[in-house]
Design a binder for this molecule. Structure first.
Ligand code: SAM
Ligand code: SF4
Ligand code: SF4
Length: 373
């Protein structure tokens, strides 16, 4: 028998193969975890590679020419992703976000979009299908993505000042390239579009008001700008609390220039707190993962590029669904295993961190580019 080579990269984080119940219960769409939270949102990382080196996510010193990204054979194929997605949808997921790394680097991504767009949720409705991107390839790909069934995109952009942005992406990519991607996405109908800005105190916080002004004026309220607190994800980004600008201060700075009022959340489990400009200039969002934990409503599961299920952004252990898939498990067995894993979930890292009780079990936390945002 030919020898099997198991790439080292597969073992970068701890994972175990979930148990398959002897008599799997068919999914009811009503799954809930130990804290009563349903499963509604699935984030799928389609690649661990990226053409940016944002210092808060993939710092160049670590993700350099010697870093071993996952070999192609480790990645889930589009068929495997779709099969797993179908299982999650049967358990109640109705929103799927593709992420990475940079998802648009995955070849023929529109084929995966078309496969996922054909799925229907437990009520027979099409899924809410979206993607987060740095937009470097968006101008080229937006039309094909939309034609394949993608509904919306979220674009990451941390500054309008070219010098600041080029330094933050650390590959000298210009703001103009991202704006081109946003324009094209808007043109082909991938809206309402959201723009995510990670705010790092002392690095780009002076860009808060200019970003708000720009998106209000250029897109007349059709783009929602969201400000994200710099998070302590993974272990490589040199996170420090004094680099976090609390959302309350972001709000204060914006409100002084463009008066704002709160908006009711769309649905439970929404990560962003919504505010709108009083003059009708549109909406913004505040994502306060550090200063205001929202674990209580967290209904998100994450599937890594190589098919490991993570129950929290700050998890140290994954559940290896690829091993089940490639080991010949049936759909009923996969659904039984996923249901059992979710039913046992009690993750609430941010809440515990806020209470000064963040687990410090010494295990390595997963990196953002590996499981996506
Ligand atoms: N490459 C794509 C992009 O940047 O849009 C998708 C993957 S990226 C990991 C997803 C989101 O996570 C981005 O909006 C990014 O800004 C955010 N992110 C990454 N590291 C972060 C950190 N340490 N704190 C807060 N947000 C972070
Ligand atoms: Fe790449 Fe996105 Fe991470 Fe930046 S935030 S390094 S664009 S994966
Ligand atoms: Fe969800 Fe974990 Fe974030 Fe809490 S810390 S909101 S459980 S991903």
């Amino acid at each position: 028998m030919a020898e099997r080579t198991i790439p080292i990269a597969d073992h970068r984080y701890r994972a175990s193969v979930p148990a398959v119940p002897a008599v799997p219960q068919p999914p009811s769409g009503l799954l809930s975890d130990r804290l009563g939270r349903p499963l509604r949102d699935l984030r799928i990382s389609v690649t661990d590679r990226c053409n940016f080196r944002c210092s808060y996510c993939m710092p160049k010193e670590i993700f350099d020419g010697t870093y071993r990204f996952l070999p192609h054979a480790s990645l889930l194929s589009f068929e495997e992703i779709t099969r797993l997605a179908r299982v999650f949808v049967a358990h109640g997921v109705h929103k799927i976000r593709l992420t990475g790394g940079e998802p648009l680097l995955r070849k023929h991504l529109e084929q995966l979009i078309a496969m996922l767009a054909a799925l229907r949720d437990v009520d027979g409705r099409p899924l809410d299908l979206t993607l987060t991107t740095n937009a470097t390839l968006l101008a080229r790909k937006a039309a094909a993505l939309q034609a394949a069934g993608l509904q919306r995109v979220t674009v990451s952009l941390d500054a309008l000042d070219d010098r600041v942005f080029r330094a933050m992406n650390d590959v000298d990519f210009p703001v103009a390239g991202v704006l081109e991607g946003i324009d094209e996405a808007m043109r082909v109908g991938l809206g309402p579009l959201k723009v995510n800005m990670v705010v790092k105190r002392g690095t780009n916080d002076h860009e808060i008001v200019p970003m708000a002004r720009f998106f209000r004026e250029r897109y007349e309220g059709r783009v929602i700008l969201r400000f994200i607190e710099f998070m302590d994800v993974g272990t490589t980004n040199g996170w420090r609390m004094d680099h976090v600008l609390p959302s309350a201060q972001v709000l204060e700075r914006l409100h002084a220039v463009f008066p704002l009022e709160p908006v009711e959340p769309n649905c439970s489990g929404e990560t962003a707190e919504r505010w709108r400009y009083r003059d009708g200039g549109g909406e913004i969002g505040l994502i306060s993962s550090v200063t205001q934990a929202f674990c209580r409503d967290c209904n998100r599961a994450r599937l890594s590029t190589e098919g490991k299920l993570y129950l929290c952004l700050f998890a140290t252990r994954g559940h290896d669904l690829r091993a089940l898939l490639r080991g010949g498990a049936s759909d009923a067995q996969l659904a039984g295993a996923v249901g059992q894993v979710w039913a046992g979930r009690d993750d609430r890292y941010s809440e515990l961190r806020s209470a000064g009780r963040a687990p410090t079990d010494g295990e390595r936390r997963v990196e953002m580019h590996y499981i996506g945002g």
